[in-house]
Write a protein that binds this ligand. Structure first.
Ligand code: GDP
Ligand code: MG
Length: 437
């Protein structure tokens, strides 16, 4: 992928020590190829390389003590700029209820994103109402109603034999009546852009005057996603983009080109099918991710949202003093469930991702683990190393599990202990690394 390619270019550059203009030129040629292969728009690549070259080939950089570092910093800055520089927030100003309209091709992730966004806003203290204005597929209405139940938020869904423009307008009125302050309108999509679709979306726009029109595009479609964005923006005018399926094997091109081609920022990214897998888009963090610096800032933010500071400190001390025991492990698993999947979280740390297969836990597994740990004596929880074969049999019997389950738990615990040590180390190193980048 793009990240691997760029990382290997810069690794070679770093290995050189002193750099000549020719070294930088050679590296830039490889960067250019890597970006094109990742499906970044060719004009975007051309401008990008020109900007980096202009800054990187000067005396100041080449004669500095850390020329490779400087070149990487310039690439990092320019990547960040390319994606808009600052985080672009949703604008929900104006008199409530504030309408937000989601548009995009069929299958891009509109309905899923509508629910994810509603959930995110609800967690920020907003009171969203979802509106099902995709009347062409009964399944689409049902899907939104089901998602609404799942996230416990109301859905205005009068059915499929109505004009979507009326549904949208009524949705806003309904929100006003019920004191909801944001209205998220899910609209129909087609497989390809066509006039009928655009006209319908234009009519909805005129009827409800959305504060934000968010275009939902599938990152896996690469350059097509960018073309779609350009067309939607030209026909409808969009305020921002939600890039979905970034968890798939997207080549990164869409994330890098959308802003430059449409002039509109990516505001959110979808990282999975679940309703909690939507995140605000941070250009700087994305650049770090692409350059292989790990997304340590996201990681820290996530961890902070889930742990209270005291608990985190206590945990860190325990890890440092190596007194992290099975009771902490249980507490930890419960915390991790609040944060989202452990594998996704730890995958943000460079070099850690692939080793995590054994650590993922689901609900049933967690209940089993709880039962097993509860069947241990306090002494055993603090010193798992004393748990011999006969203790394992006793614990299995007591918890209604099998000896293999106890064995697996003890193995997972040992693995987690090891990983947690790396995580605290990596987070510390990462923070330092980004600091003097
Ligand atoms: P719509 O036709 O635009 O409303 O698209 P849907 O919301 O129905 O989504 C189409 C498919 O993409 C569904 O299977 C979703 O679960 C899936 N999907 C949506 N967003 C994401 C994402 O960020 N990651 C992944 N992996 N799948 C997603
Ligand atoms: Mg839909």
């Amino acid at each position: 992928g793009l990240a691997e390619k760029l990382q290997s270019v810069f690794k070679r550059l770093r290995g050189k020590g002193k750099l000549t203009e020719a070294d930088v030129e050679a590296a830039l040629r490889e960067v250019r190829l890597a970006l094109l292969e990742a499906d970044v728009h060719f004009k975007v690549v051309k401008d990008f390389i020109a900007r980096v070259r202009q800054r990187a080939v000067g005396q100041e950089v080449l004669e500095s003590l850390t020329p490779a570092q400087q070149v990487i910093k310039i690439v990092h800055d320019e990547l960040t700029q390319l994606m808009g520089g600052q985080q672009a927030r949703l604008d929900l100003g104006g008199a409530p209820p504030v309408p937000v309209m989601l548009v995009g091709l069929q299958g891009s992730g509109k309905t899923t994103t509508a629910a994810k966004l509603a959930r995110l806003l609800a967690r920020q203290g907003r009171q969203p109402l979802l509106v099902a204005a995709d009347v062409y597929r009964p399944a689409a209405v049902e899907q939104l109603v089901t998602l609404g139940q799942q996230i416990q938020l109301p859905v205005h869904a009068p059915g499929t034999d109505r004009d979507p423009v009326d549904i949208a307008r009524e949705g806003v009125a309904e929100a006003r009546r019920r004191g909801r302050d944001v209205v998220i309108i899910d609209t129909a999509g087609r497989l390809h852009i066509d006039d009928a679709l655009m006209e319908e979306l234009e009519r909805i726009r005129q009827a409800v005057a959305p504060r934000e029109i968010l275009l939902v595009v599938d990152a896996m479609t690469g350059q097509d996603a960018v073309n779609v964005a350009e067309t939607f923006h030209r026909r409808l005018g969009i305020d921002g983009v939600v890039l979905t399926k970034l968890d798939g094997d997207a080549r990164g091109g869409a994330a890098l080109s959308v802003r430059a081609v449409t002039g509109r920022p990516i505001k959110f990214v979808g990282l999975g099918e679940r309703v909690d897998q939507l995140e605000p888009f941070h250009p700087e963090r994305m650049a770090s991710r692409i350059l292989g610096m790990g997304d340590v800032l996201s990681l820290i933010e996530k961890a902070q949202a889930a742990f209270d500071a005291q608990q985190a400190q206590r945990l860190e001390r325990k890890l440092r003093e190596q007194t992290f025991d099975l009771e902490d492990f249980l507490e930890q698993l419960r915390q991790v469930r609040k944060m989202g999947p452990l594998d996704q979280l730890l995958a943000m740390i460079p070099g850690l991702g692939p080793r995590l297969k054994d650590v993922t836990v689901d609900e049933g597994e967690l209940r089993r683990i709880e039962a097993i740990i509860q069947s241990m004596t306090p002494e055993e929880r603090r010193h798992p190393e004393i748990i011999n074969a006969s203790r394992r049999r006793r614990i299995a019997r007591g918890s209604g599990t099998r000896v293999q389950d106890v064995n697996r738990l003890l193995k997972q615990f040992a693995e987690t202990q090891r990983l947690m040590k790396q995580v605290t180390g990596a987070a510390r190193r990462g923070r330092r690394g980004l600091g003097n980048l």
